[in-house]
Design a protein around this ligand. Structure first.
Ligand code: ARG
Length: 482
């Protein structure tokens, strides 16, 4: 250990077992680039404030840049330290010697880890937003290609009312559009810089936290209270909540697909490119992709609950428990990106069978509500109409007939208000065409919904583009003139 803290304060060297137990390096080496960029901004700020001589700062910055570039080239062999922050400092010190000792002025690993995580999550969430935009556009593409196809909708997993495929796609899209807003909120929460909070109480050195915030692209400036900041993982909880909610949405979409592609429903067939086989049953075309998304959603929820449980009993300020945030925060981004991307590939490879979908409407009773509403348009009280149609449905069921085969004669025997016009409502396409309410499955209402999805996709891209990527930050900090 090059920088042993216990030794520095006169204590004994850590037991190797204790070091191994407490080390976070295996996980937080994923924050290597963030840590380097954060340190570059910090040392530039120290130099501007006259806390560290300019030539020392330059040598530190250039040393950090050489580490950054070796990481990128995959050549860096990290020193075996307790965490990524110590590893970067040790590596720097091995490269540039004495000047490295000034880097850790007026900061602590407590504000450093918070800074690294903020940088990491904001980039991950920008990526998620880009993938959300992609999926929203894929859904709109499917609406345009096959949106008019008729199929039943379900309540309680029982056939409910006729809808279109476009409406079903837009329903799942609407949930994703809300996720775009939620990730926008997450970005806002990430917009403040923790750097310069020190261990818990700030520093007596004349640092400029606004400047390091600006150098790192934190548009909201510096956080407000150092004690709060070093123990705060609200941004992490917000991110994991947004991730969980998004995964719940993807999971529900997946369940629909899994059901619709079963022989029992028979609404859609998975393209060979996305259907997995069975090692034993030669006939199988399994929806593994969708099942895996549903399965991973459990992991996402577990991550949220895990972090919240870690946080709930902590006293104010930094506690080492916080290191346990790492697994959840680091694995969530790649999981979301993978799920969103695979869905963007899979959704266009889901082939709906218009005849099978229509048949499910024609041999059932899904037009019953339309029939009743048509009677309401003729002046009947809804309950009276409901009763009359209910009786007609029962008579059909007794005669083993679908509602589409009810005759005018059967209907008028129940209520005189039935006529040829009313019976037109038995056609599923009329059910959809005659919907008049905002947000319904009618073609006019769907046009608005389609536009809303496209707006959400472009909002997602805008939000993503507002995040300054690490690469851009690095390039900028490397050139700052001192
Ligand atoms: N490895 C620690 C973490 O990941 C960094 C902060 C440690 N702070 C400390 N005082 N030991 O949370």
């Amino acid at each position: 250990m090059a920088i042993a803290k216990t030794e520095a304060s006169g204590g004994r060297q850590l037991l190797p077992e204790v070091l191994a137990f407490s080390s976070s390096l295996a996980l937080d080496k994923a924050l290597l680039l963030e840590d380097i960029v954060g340190s570059m901004a910090h040392v530039l700020m120290l130099a501007r404030q006259g806390i560290v001589p300019k030539e020392v700062a330059r040598s530190i910055r250039d040393g950090l840049a050489s580490v950054y570039e070796e990481v990128q080239a995959g050549r860096l062999q990290l020193p075996d330290e307790e965490d990524v922050h110590m590893a970067v400092e040790a590596e720097l010190s091995a490269r540039i010697g004495a000047p490295a000792a000034r880097l850790h002025t007026a900061r602590s690993r407590n504000d450093q880890v918070s800074t690294d995580l903020r940088l990491h999550i904001r980039e991950a969430s920008a990526e998620v937003l880009r993938h959300l935009a992609e999926l929203l556009e894929v859904l709109v593409g499917r609406m345009d290609a096959q949106g008019a196809l008729l199929l039943p909708s379900y309540t309680h997993r029982q056939r409910a009312q006729p809808v279109t495929l476009g409406f079903w796609l837009a329903a799942h899209g609407a949930a994703l559009a809300r996720d775009v807003e939620l990730f926008g909120f997450v970005q806002k929460q990430l917009g403040l810089s923790s750097l310069g909070c020190g261990a818990i109480a700030g520093t007596s050195l004349p640092i400029n936290r606004e400047l390091s915030a600006e150098l790192l692209g934190f548009g909201g400036g510096a956080t407000h209270n150092a004690m709060d900041t070093v123990g705060d993982r609200d941004f992490g909880m917000d991110y994991l909540y947004a991730a969980s909610r998004l995964m719940v949405h993807l999971s529900r979409l997946s369940t629909d697909v899994i059901d619709y592609t079963s022989l029992e429903f028979g609404f859609a067939v998975l393209d060979g490119e996305i259907a997995c086989g069975s090692s034993m049953m030669p006939q199988k075309r399994n929806p593994d992709v969708f099942e895996l998304i549903r399965g991973k959603s459990g992991r996402a929820l577990g991550n949220l609950l895990g972090l919240m449980s870690t946080l709930k009993g902590l006293p104010a300020g930094y506690n080492r428990d916080l290191q346990e945030d790492r697994q959840a925060l680091l694995e969530t981004g790649p999981m979301l990106k993978a799920c969103l991307h695979i869905l963007s590939l899979a959704m266009p490879r889901l082939h709906f069978n218009a005849q099978r979908c229509k048949a499910a409407l024609e041999d059932g009773y899904t037009q019953a509500t339309d029939l009743a509403e048509r009677l309401v348009k003729k002046g009947l009280a809804f309950r009276e109409a409901y009763q009359a149609v209910g009786t007609l449905v029962r008579r059909c069921q007794e005669a083993n007939l679908p509602l589409s085969q009810a005759t005018l004669q059967m209907a008028t025997a129940i209520h005189p208000a039935f006529d040829e016009g009313v019976m037109q409502s038995l056609l599923p396409e009329n059910s959809v065409l005659h919907k008049a309410s905002l947000g319904s499955c009618s073609p006019q209402a769907l046009k608005l919904q389609r536009q809303m999805l496209l707006d959400a996709a472009s909002q997602a891209k805008t939000l993503a583009s507002e995040v300054v990527g690490l690469e851009v930050l690095y390039a900028k900090l490397k050139e700052v003139v001192l």
